[in-house]
Design a protein. Structure first.
Length: 251
């Protein structure tokens, strides 16, 4: 899978632990339903763009017991990716399924979502030092600062590892025109300011959408959806967990 495969996301703080799982080939099941269309919103020169989805998100927040801020983030990421990469067919239910498995929609260990999308306290996974069947992943920036080897930890409600965030991170609240080329091309953002914060659910949901679309291509196909989720965590168990959670939101 080239660059996408090297940018592998590792899930380590799931509410329902993904574990290693079996990577043996199994028949592809269809992707979960999309949960229906997300309302069209303005992406240009609008402050608090996510608030345009308040009413849409409120209905689903009440129905599925998902925080309102989380649903706004999933919906916004879906609209943005539909505009930037219409052939991807990302559904908000897929983002919700991943977030349910990874952090219980940013509620892991009592975390909450602030009005600006920031999740507090920050959600961190265990050190990826090769123990317990986990991968060995070094955080180069933290290692440089500390002068010793520092193992990476997955970050935020979507559990990005630092290297992956550097490649796919994006600030959802940035001017859309400034982000358009990055979102359409799949290239890293040009400035650190636009890279966002993995602890912000708005940023993390959009970054996850970018990553999934790059990994799977067309997520409306069984193969594309499965490849996208496997890129997120290379485990058949994990794929099934996300599909089950996402399907539950397609009601």
């Amino acid at each position: 899978m080239g660059a996408v495969r090297l940018a592998l996301l590792v899930s380590v703080v799931s509410v329902s632990v993904a574990g290693c799982g079996s990577t043996n080939r199994v028949p592809d099941l269809g992707p979960p339903g999309s949960g229906g269309p997300v309302p069209a919103i303005r992406l240009d020169a609008v402050e608090n763009r996510l608030d345009q989805l308040h009413d849409w998100a409120q209905v689903r927040a009440d129905k599925f017991s998902i925080p309102l801020g989380a649903l706004q983030a999933y919906g916004y990421a879906t609209v943005v990716m539909a505009n930037a990469q219409p052939g991807c067919h990302l559904g908000w239910t897929t983002l919700a399924g991943i977030a349910r498995v990874e952090s219980n929609h940013a509620r892991f260990r009592g975390a909450t979502i602030a009005a600006d999308g920031l999740v507090r306290p920050p959600i961190r996974g265990i050190a990826l030092n090769g123990t317990g069947g986990n991968a060995v992943i070094v955080d180069p920036d933290a290692t440089t600062r500390a002068g010793r080897t520092v193992f990476a930890r997955a970050m935020g409600p979507f559990q990005f590892i630092p290297d992956t965030w550097r490649r796919w991170g994006v600030r959802a609240g940035a001017d859309y025109t400034a982000l358009a080329n990055t979102l359409e091309s799949g290239k890293p953002v040009a400035t650190k300011e636009l890279s966002g914060n993995a602890d912000n659910i708005d940023d993390a949901a959009l970054a996850a959408g970018r990553y999934l679309c790059a990994a799977g291509g067309d997520l409306a196909t069984a193969y594309g959806w499965r490849q996208a989720i496997l890129a997120y965590n290379h485990s058949t168990v994990y794929v099934n967990q996300v599909r089950s959670a996402a399907t539950g939101y397609d009601k």
